[in-house]
Write a protein that binds this ligand. Structure first.
Ligand SMILES: [Zn+2]
Length: 407
């Protein structure tokens, strides 16, 4: 409720929920299947999370994702049978004094800041949803030997090192699932390609000349030798796209491992301006697949930034707020936030609220005015109404199908 109601800080629980009167306690008791005589204060929540730790909440997130996948709610977003998972690093917490022994440090002139970053994997679902499916915290080992100041930053944990932990963890949680990773050009490197192969992920990574210069040169040379690998598309708004591709490029990385993949570029001209996009991928390229790969596998990657990080940081989810000071509890709050955002996205774009809004000819967001208002109404519903028994019936809930695309 802290995150679903977008209360912004833990102490707000005591004002917005706790003293809100009888319906709130009754409703939450029935939702949780408990018989508490009063609602916990914010310190009780924090204490409880200290006992619980973060991993059961990470496991709950996985279980919720498995349920959505099983009920085929996300199938419309598949790319050639695969779910597309965007992987990207982001800043999480910033402190001006050392916060814990795992903080990353960054020097700005004379001042040092203490940081926590994380590497997120978000499944790109239908209707522009971005659902958290994997997280690795980017942090230093507590026993890391203190390096000389010069080498301090170089030896710290980083996005690509975190990928070496994320890839096997994601595969372990979802052993059979067909997944395609999409990411920026940082990932077009030996480490990421080896991990994708080892853990049976397909991939589609941004291809930039500067990241793989010799492969880029070979790509450009081969493009002119296979003019038949071309597809021209004109969109209804007049935007013109030329797709060109090469199959079977080879690359030997710095550890002498060899990799073979395909490369695809899209030259897009809109309003007289031409932009070039390019990717390397192990998906099969053909005139019938390149548009879907470039769109769902490549260009939709921005959704992890917009629908994921931006919403969570700039809305009342308040991702960068330190909900606790203890690192393990902070991670527990992080997973709770991801779970709440998952539920919130289902609420926002799912068929249940959409059908209600449609009766008055509106979208859910227009009906309520903003996402924040949806959160507020949710809290108000719990606060002022004794909700009917059937809404808490798990058997009835099991038969509800949520669809994320317009029927
Ligand atoms: Zn720290």
């Amino acid at each position: 409720m802290l995150f679903l109601g977008q209360l912004r800080s833990r102490r707000q629980l005591d004002f917005d929920l706790r003293d809100a009167g009888a319906p709130m306690l009754q409703n939450l008791n029935r939702l949780a299947g408990v018989k508490q005589e009063s609602l916990p204060v914010d310190g009780t929540l924090d204490h409880f999370l200290g006992h619980l730790g973060s991993s059961p909440l990470a496991a709950l997130r996985s279980e919720m994702m498995r349920r959505l996948i099983r009920m085929k709610a996300l199938d419309d977003a598949r790319l050639m049978g695969h779910f597309v998972v965007a992987v990207d690093g982001t800043g999480w917490l910033v402190f001006h004094q050392r916060h814990c022994e795992r903080c990353l440090t960054q020097k700005h002139g004379e001042t040092t800041v203490y940081l926590h970053y994380l590497l997120e994997a978000k499944l790109l679902g239908p209707s522009a949803t971005a659902l958290s499916i994997g997280t690795e915290f980017i942090e230093n080992a507590p026993d890391r030997p203190s390096a000389s100041l010069q080498n301090e930053e170089a030896k710290q944990d980083c996005e690509l090192m975190a990928l070496s932990r994320l890839a096997p963890a994601l595969r372990k949680e979802f052993p059979q699932l067909r997944l395609c990773l999409t990411s920026d050009s940082l990932y077009a490197c030996g480490r990421a390609l080896t991990l994708a192969q080892k853990h049976d992920f397909r991939y589609c990574f941004t291809f930039k000349e500067g990241r793989l210069p010799s492969v880029w040169e070979e790509f450009q040379r081969l493009l002119s030798l296979c003019p038949e690998n071309t597809l021209r598309v004109t969109l209804p708004d007049g935007t013109h796209q030329i797709y060109r591709w090469v199959v079977g490029l080879s690359y030997e990385d710095s550890e002498r491992r060899s990799h073979t993949f395909n490369a695809l570029e899209c030259l897009e001209t809109a309003k007289g301006v031409t932009t070039r996009y390019a990717w390397i991928t192990d998906l099969r390229l053909s005139p019938t697949s390149v548009v879907a790969i470039a769109t769902k596998g490549g260009r939709d990657r921005w959704k992890i930034e917009n629908q994921g990080f931006n919403v969570q940081k700039n809305s009342d989810f308040n991702l960068e707020h330190p909900y606790s000071m203890d690192l393990e509890k902070l991670k527990a709050y992080y997973f709770l936030l991801q779970i709440a955002h998952l539920i919130f996205q289902l609420l926002e774009v799912g068929s249940l609220l959409r059908n209600v809004a449609r009766k008055v000819g509106k979208s859910p967001r227009d009906l309520f005015g903003s996402l924040r208002n949806i959160a507020r109404r949710l809290v108000e519903a719990f606060r002022y109404f004794r909700l009917p028994d059937h809404v808490f019936d798990p058997a009835a809930a099991a038969s509800i199908q949520i669809r994320l695309t317009a029927a």
